[in-house]
Write a protein that binds this ligand. Sequence first.
Ligand SMILES: [Zn+2]
Length: 305
Amino acid sequence: MHILGHTKTLSHLKQLVQSSQLPHALLFTGPTGIGKKLVAHHFVQTLFCEKQTTSPPHPSPLTPHSSPCENCKNCLRVANRQHPDLFWIEPEKDLIKIDTIRNLKNSLALKPYEAPLKIAIIVDAHCLNIAASNALLKTLEEPPPDTVLILISSTPHQLLKTILSRCQKIYFSPLSAEETREVVRQKGGKIDPTLILQSGGQPGLALSFSEEACEIVKDKILPVFDAQPKDLLTLFSVAEEIAPEEELHKPILNLLLIRWKEKILANPLAGEVKKFDAIEQALRRLDHYANPLLTFENLFLNLCL
Ligand SMILES: [Zn+2]
């Protein structure tokens, strides 16, 4: 798990540990698809790696190396999310429920099994529902000893303010075009230079673009918006064409998001911001298994207004 970019973030995290100032709760935030989860894995490995843990029972202070070995039993178990002191939580159908947080709370109340501390990673923490948020808040208010919670979210404004105020924020910046290209290459993705630029330093996004999605957006969808009057019928036939092709849905919507982000940056009109929101809403609806045909028809209608 070699990490490309994020040098400052990694050294900041290391600094926190070395100076014994690692807080009980961190919030990893920044655009989607730039490597926040990867850095979380890497960070846990640097703390749990066998090559650097001092002998139990009192291994503190933690002494992380700049890079974990990635081959020892602990590094491998962290990579596979099978380490008994690592709790990895992800939303199910866009939701993190109270039961999940209650179980986490019970697990964190116990002493670490092997590692110097227990670490819980909550991916897409903005998916915590209100009951789960309140349960988590209690843990954040009275954190059990030897625990660190890492919340990950690209939309932290959707989290409760009381949760936000208890987490130390760690900001992630988009990667450079070169770093993005390298990540995409390593993952075996396409390296179309335009795509790299369009992904805005978010390799996860670049990897989600397929050639077919790009062509549909470039040749069939965007020309309609640039013409007057706008030919809604053409867009409806595009909606029919893409509705059955599930693998095209997210890439197309993400490409539209990028296009609208450019528009807003060039000319921040309220109408364009609304359209941007409509695209984000379509992405969320599809995550909730909305009817794709209706979702795309409704979106195209909104984008033509
Ligand atoms: Zn290791």
